[in-house]
Design a protein around this ligand. Structure first.
Ligand code: KG4
Ligand code: ZN
Length: 330
């Protein structure tokens, strides 16, 4: 019975996973509303909020799972990458709980957690497979050769795909975090109304770039009268979203063709995007490969994915983990 904690950004999360890897609870307390007034996550505000929420979130995850702390046999927490102050709240709480009960502990890489969300859905995603991870802070394509490791084949050279969604959403006057809001607004828009550049499409590289696309939206909006922008908001959102997804799909296609993997999986908050999910299915069909797409609540940050990754990592016995630290960057 694993109790896992995830506090790398602005969601305070705790989950309980049973012995067969079944999700007994997956509690997520979002701070989005708190950060909306600042237009993005304020690190110190996030750390303080994690501190005030973490005990209640853990209690809720145990009670929802109908599990007492006495039944927990392993504690896991995200060690990085993320906001250092936020990570420290989760990892310190997890280590304290583990130490008080002399339980073993596992520190989990957040990105491996996003990969491991796929192990929660079904056995189709047994490695080896190729995995696209697109979140607010990272965008990468990884070769997953076994359950506990991944090798990065390509990653963003500037902004992450989620960042492109969030910044574009902000320019269109949508609240933070903008990805899901932009996704919703775009359903009423025409994705072919505006042309946006699809960066890196001419190269065989598996790296991504989103800063040019973002700049292109800035200039498009600048060139339009405010009234016209308001009228075309849904079309702008749909066209911009399409360009973000087109690059993700293009790189997945190239990665499959270059590596010969027969399975593709996805993870990270952007994998909750409705257009991307549809296009991933179309791509899998076109290439004749198998596809794993976790439900949206397992794509965005959660602690069940951290527990899932912990199942396949080496446990560290008490008290060897007491000096474990968090890290902001990989
Ligand atoms: O994985 P995640 O929850 O946190 C990080 O590790 O960063 O990803 C958050 C990102 C944010 O940029 C958010 O706007 C984006 O995922 N996101 C979406 C959608 N839902 C969340 N982007 C596009 N469409 C969505 N439906
Ligand atoms: Zn994440």
């Amino acid at each position: 019975m694993i109790l896992a904690i995830e506090t790398s950004c602005d969601d305070t999360c705790a989950a309980v996973l049973g012995g067969e890897g079944e999700i007994r609870s997956n509690v997520i307390s979002s701070q989005a509303e708190l950060h909306d007034r600042y237009g993005g996550v304020v690190p110190e505000v996030a750390s303080r909020q994690h501190l005030s929420l973490i005990n209640a979130v853990i209690d809720e995850s145990l009670s929802e799972a109908s599990v007492s702390l006495d039944e927990v046999t392993l504690i896991a927490a995200t060690e990085g990458p993320g906001l250092i102050g936020a990570l420290l709240v989760g990892i310190s709480t997890a280590k304290s709980l583990a130490a008080a009960r002399e339980l073993p502990f596992v520190a989990v890489d957040h990105m491996l957690g996003h990969v491991a969300a796929n192990f929660l859905i079904n056995d189709l995603v047994e490695p080896p497979f190729l995995c696209l991870i697109a979140s607010g802070g990272h965008t990468l394509i990884a070769a997953v050769e076994d359950y506990s490791r991944y090798e990065v084949l390509g990653q963003t050279l500037d902004d992450a795909a989620g960042e492109a969604f969030d910044k574009g959403a902000r320019m269109l006057g949508l609240p933070y975090p903008g990805g899901a809001e932009l996704d919703r607004l775009a359903t009423a828009g025409d994705p072919e109304r505006f042309d946006f550049p699809i960066s890196m499409s001419g190269s065989d590289s598996l790296d991504f770039s989103y800063s040019g696309l973002k700049t292109s939206l800035v200039y498009k909006i600048k060139d339009m009268a405010p009234e016209e922008v308001r009228r075309c908001r849904a079309d702008l959102a749909a066209s911009y979203q399409d360009a973000i997804c087109a690059q993700l799909i293009d790189k997945c296609k190239k990665a499959i063709e270059q590596t010969g993997y027969e399975k593709l999986a996805v993870g990270g908050g952007v994998a909750a995007n409705s257009v991307l999910r549809r296009q991933m299915h179309d791509l899998a069909e076109e290439l004749g490969i198998r596809l794993a797409v976790p439900p949206t609540e397992l794509c965005t940050d959660n602690a069940a994915m951290i527990a899932s990754a912990a199942r396949y990592l080496d446990e560290v016995p008490y008290p060897e983990y007491l000096d474990f630290d968090a890290f902001a960057k990989q």
